[in-house]
Design a protein around this ligand. Structure first.
Ligand SMILES: NC(=O)c1ccc[n+]([C@@H]2O[C@H](COP(=O)([O-])OP(=O)(O)OC[C@H]3O[C@@H](n4cnc5c(N)ncnc54)[C@H](OP(=O)(O)O)[C@@H]3O)[C@@H](O)[C@H]2O)c1
Length: 319
């Protein structure tokens, strides 16, 4: 059965998901925007039959099996809730919401109505990340004790872009810091403590953070930045070696396993180029199996990450 998707949002990531949906055997039947001309242009470019000048109007027509929310951060929870209330499964871009209470509101609605919801945290589904998880579980580095990571992209301040606009949920932490935070939680467990230092952009959003976290049996230190171009890399280490996830670690094309500083495995990740197709595939699989949440990107994963996004944002606010 061809699953019929609708997309809320017309930006860069919405455009990137269309070919992934089609390649995984789905079709895109509607797109919604706050601007009808933007919706029309997106629909023309991507050969989508319906377009709307209101995001939620994609739910009209009764021909939508699943919605992908690719709007700006501050409205993810509203868009997700509209889908949940309509009983339509939904894939929600990261960050799922601006705070944990909003995450919990959507997930409580989904639980009550039996609606599938998944955060589009694609890193958890990528083959490089899975390879690292498998090697850790097999004892390749011993029990992990340390993780270091950075996700840094240099972006000139532009108050019109979502990255720098406080009213659109801008800031480096929600945009890119969510990846090292998710990686640390996924590989080391939920933190018990976190300390962050930050600097703010002239628009007031966080431009850069340096973070240290204590996990049950490990420490992590990571950074995220809009003011530095030093790449997107991560290393997880234990008493018996380390695993490096090479740039860009959220969809790493290469994992290097070192013991005593020497390379014991240099893994070229097969399938990394499929990118967003894995999250689309996972949504299709979960819907076919009648699941309400993905076992790979669970609601608890989303809650854990949001809890620490909230805590870190509180620490850097007013820096
Ligand atoms: N998973 C990933 O790898 C990944 C990558 C990038 C972003 N994201 C997430 O996806 C969400 C959207 O990010 P994005 O990169 O797609 O943002 P974007 O390109 O800035 O688009 C965001 C919104 O801006 C509006 N917009 C687009 N083009 C416009 C234009 N020419 N003039 C005025 N407004 C315009 C659209 O609003 P309308 O909807 O009203 O048309 C669009 O939905 C964010 O939550 C982000 O965190 C995820």
């Amino acid at each position: 059965m061809v699953l019929r998707w609708a997309i809320m949002g017309t930006g860069g990531i919405a455009a990137a998901l269309v070919p992934a949906i089609v390649a995984e055997g789905g079709s895109v039947v509607a797109v919604g925007s706050a601007d009808v001309d933007r919706a029309a242009s997106f629909a023309r470019t991507h050969d989508i039959p319906r377009h709307h000048g209101r995001h939620h109007h994609v739910l009209e027509g009764g021909d939508v099996d699943v919605v992908y929310i690719a709007t700006t951060n501050e409205r993810h929870h509203l868009d997700a809730m509209a889908c949940v209330e309509a009983g339509v499964p939904v894939l929600v871009e990261k960050p799922f919401a601006m705070d944990l209470s909003r995450v919990n509101g959507v997930l409580a609605g989904a639980a009550a109505r039996g609606v599938f919801v998944m955060e589009a945290m694609w890193m958890r589904l990528q083959p490089g990340f899975r390879a690292v998880e498998e090697r850790i579980a097999a004892g390749a580095i011993g029990e992990p004790t340390t993780l270091t990571a950075h996700f840094s992209i240099s972006r000139p301040v532009d108050p019109a872009r979502r990255w720098f606009a406080p009213e659109l949920g801008g800031g480096a932490l929600l945009d890119v810091g969510i990846y090292p935070l998710t990686l640390a939680i996924a590989l080391l467990g939920e933190p018990t403590e976190a300390r962050a230092l930050g600097t703010l952009a002239s628009t007031g959003v966080d431009a850069q953070l340096a973070v240290a976290m204590r996990h049950p049996r490990a420490l992590s230190s990571w950074s995220c930045s809009f003011v530095s171009d030093h790449g997107v890399e991560a290393v997880v280490g234990g008493p018996d070696g380390s695993l490096s996830l090479q740039h860009p670690f959220q969809n790493t094309p290469r994992v290097v396993h070192r013991v005593d500083g020497g390379i014991v495995e240099d893994l070229e990740v097969v399938g990394a180029e499929l990118g967003y197709r894995y999250e689309v595939r996972e949504v299709h699989r979960c819907l076919a199996d009648g699941l309400q949440q993905s076992p790979m990107v669970t609601w608890e994963h989303t809650r854990q990450v949001q809890r620490w996004l909230d805590a870190l944002r509180d620490q850097v606010a007013g820096s």
